[in-house]
Design a protein around this ligand. Structure first.
Ligand SMILES: Cc1cc2nc3c(=O)[nH]c(=O)nc-3n(C[C@H](O)[C@H](O)[C@H](O)COP(=O)(O)OP(=O)(O)OC[C@H]3O[C@@H](n4cnc5c(N)ncnc54)[C@H](O)[C@@H]3O)c2cc1C
Ligand code: SF4
Length: 558
């Protein structure tokens, strides 16, 4: 990674803050709000800026979402009276194992208490972030959407001094257009990275600073989601349904979610663990297939799909959390990976981690410190309720990966019960391979035949991407960077049938032409910023870097 020292770049505009936060998701916004609350309580001032690559706050947020209000209750205790968009409480919680034509409901009584969704709220995390941003701005936080952060600024001792935002107005060939504006530098006493799963700057820092040397590789899933408007007679506000099994085979982890909320809205989605083996597997098409099961289709028939999107999520859990604090900054939220996989919930922990990092940063700033290590954040986290929650479920994902869905999930359930009843148990299973190393060779894998979409319940990718409102300029550098451009055709195609053609949920990657003329085409303008290619490419040859700020999907209510 290129190392920038600010003093070498005098022409770059610089803005100084106490705390710079990258990403206006639940983690970044909770951190910003907490910092301002602490400052107000102490009658001090602390300057906080939040930078967001989406065109607006929420434009790049995609989640289920059933939200555990534990963090909101702590951050803004009267959030229910302040016009928050979380209005639908969970009233019914179903979990089923599916086979092709039927399914078996698992009674709630078999589930450990931590799996219960009662007391949680169903809504759009994107809308919640819009509301959180309003709360933050009312406290004096500066929020700048449409700004992508591309690099860190390093001080003379290697400490993080702040960040640099991406240049605007660069043509595909690298030349400057008339609209060219160089990125600016934002410096802070502390920089908090809240980029969510597989953050691009977080990835650079984790590698450069060796933050994952103790924790080992993070694990990921790809989550695909559609928002449907359904007839009033079909709408059951408060109903939460999760399924496992069909259409996935025993060895492939994942499942569907379906949540009824708001005004006739149903959020339906599918999570597929990215340690799958078959290179022909297509997460988008598995999701479309899942919707044809009676358990899911009955909720959608007669309705209309109004939105689509996809996003990676972290699945490594407690044992995959990297070193959180480093000189000048810290990782918060899913940039570190606080997702509770069996609950499919991470937003409450994202917020809690942001609040803990904010408390450590505020204390340090009040003590006159700057750009050192915020040790109080990881120390406090170790004994937090969040740690207790994540430890209870730490073995579920490794057991699922090792033993498949039926046995792995059953063992995972037993393990969760054991850890609930005997919280002193310490057995922790490690994750095995990183997700990019789990594919079998195409010659040993079975191609999968997917049905054609009907355009009513099931859809093709391009009409879906259209609904995501995704937009990138044609004439700008491709933001999916290949370290070695020959690898897709010369290595990935013969070995793995170039799986990017299948795993990308936006049809960005295509192998076009015949024989000697074959080439790898990157339709970068379709990219919904899910980060799956950066994670799953078997050669680790695709590097996702932020395109110009304000580009990418324009999700609403996702
Ligand atoms: C399909 C799916 C379903 C889920 N369901 C649930 C659920 O039901 N309940 C639940 O609690 N959790 C759920 N989660 C997980 C939850 O969404 C995450 O845990 C949560 O969003 C993490 O919050 P975050 O703030 O860490 O990151 P994010 O929500 O990902 O936010 C990161 C923000 O940072 C911005 N950003 C990233 N990089 C940069 C950059 N370089 N420059 C500027 N801005 C940047 C992004 O645009 C984004 O707005 C689900 C996730 C998925 C994908
Ligand atoms: S190109 Fe990569 S980040 Fe973009 S949508 Fe496809 S898999 Fe996701």
């Amino acid at each position: 990674m290129e190392q920038r020292v600010l003093s070498e770049e005098p022409e770059r505009e610089t803005m100084e803050f106490d705390v710079v936060i990258v990403g206006a998701g639940p983690a970044g916004l909770a951190a910003a709000i907490r910092l301002k609350q602490l400052a107000a309580e102490a009658d001090k001032d602390v300057s906080v800026v939040v930078l967001e690559k989406g065109s607006t706050v929420g434009a790049h947020i995609l989640s289920g979402a059933v939200i555990d209000p534990v963090a909101l209750d702590r951050l803004i205790p009267d959030w229910r009276d302040k016009g928050s968009p979380l209005e639908t409480q969970v009233t019914k919680d179903r979990f089923s194992f599916l086979w092709r034509t039927g399914g078996l409901g698992v009674p709630n009584i078999f589930m450990p208490p931590l799996m219960s969704n009662h007391g949680c709220y169903i809504g759009s995390l994107g809308s919640l972030c819009v509301w959180l941003a309003e709360q933050a701005e009312s406290l004096g936080v500066e929020i700048y959407p449409g700004i992508a952060v591309t690099e860190a600024i390093y001080g003379p001792g290697g400490e993080i001094e702040g960040v640099i935002t991406g240049d605007m107005g660069v043509a595909r060939d690298g030349s400057h257009k008339d609209s060219y504006t160089p990125g600016i530098a934002l410096t802070g006493k502390y920089t908090l990275l809240a980029e969510g799963a597989r953050g691009s700057l977080s990835k650079q820092l984790i590698a450069k600073l060796g933050l994952d040397t103790q924790s080992g590789p993070q694990k990921f899933g790809i989550g695909l989601k559609e928002l449907w408007e359904v007839p009033a007679e079909k709408h059951k506000p408060g109903l939460v349904q999760h399924t496992m099994g069909w259409p996935l085979d025993e060895k492939t982890g994942g499942g569907s979610f379906l949540y009824h909320f708001g005004e006739r809205l149903v959020s339906v989605g599918f999570v597929l663990h990215l340690d799958y083996a078959n290179p022909y597997l297509n997460p988008f098409k598995e999701f479309q297939r899942a919707k044809t099961h009676p358990a899911i289709r009955q909720h959608l028939e007669g309705g209309k799909r109004i939105a689509y999107g996809a996003r990676a999520l972290t699945e490594g859990g407690w044992q995959a959390i990297p070193q959180l604090a480093f000189p000048g900054g810290a990782l918060i939220g899913c940039a570190a990976g606080f997702m509770n996989v069996p609950r499919i919930k991470g937003s409450h922990n994202a917020m809690l981690s942001g609040m803990m990092a904010a408390e450590a940063a505020f204390e340090a700033i009040q003590a006159g410190r700057a750009r050192d290590v915020l040790d109080a954040y990881p120390e406090g986290l170790k004994t937090s309720s969040m740690a207790a929650e994540l430890k209870k479920v730490r073995n579920v994902k490794p057991l699922w990966s090792r033993f498949g869905t039926m046995l792995g999930v059953t063992l995972g359930g037993i393990d969760m019960w054991l850890n609930t009843l005997f919280p002193f148990l310490r057995h922790t299973l490690k994750h095995k391979k990183p997700d990019y190393a789990t594919l079998t060779r195409a010659s040993e894998a079975k191609p999968i035949c997917y049905d054609k979409p009907d355009g009513v319940l099931t859809f093709d990718i391009l009409s879906s991407v259209f609904l995501s409102g995704t937009n990138h300029k044609e004439d700008e550098p491709v933001h999916l960077r290949l370290t070695d451009p020959s690898i897709p055709i010369e290595r990935n195609l013969p070995e793995y049938a170039e799986p990017a053609q299948c795993y990308c949920p936006a049809l960005v990657y295509e192998v076009v032409g015949e024989g000697e003329e074959q080439r790898f085409q990157i339709n970068a303008q379709n990219c919904v910023h899910c980060k799956t290619c950066d994670i799953k490419d078997p050669a680790q040859n695709i590097n996702w870097v932020p395109p110009e700020g304000g580009e990418g999907p324009n999700y609403m209510n996702m």
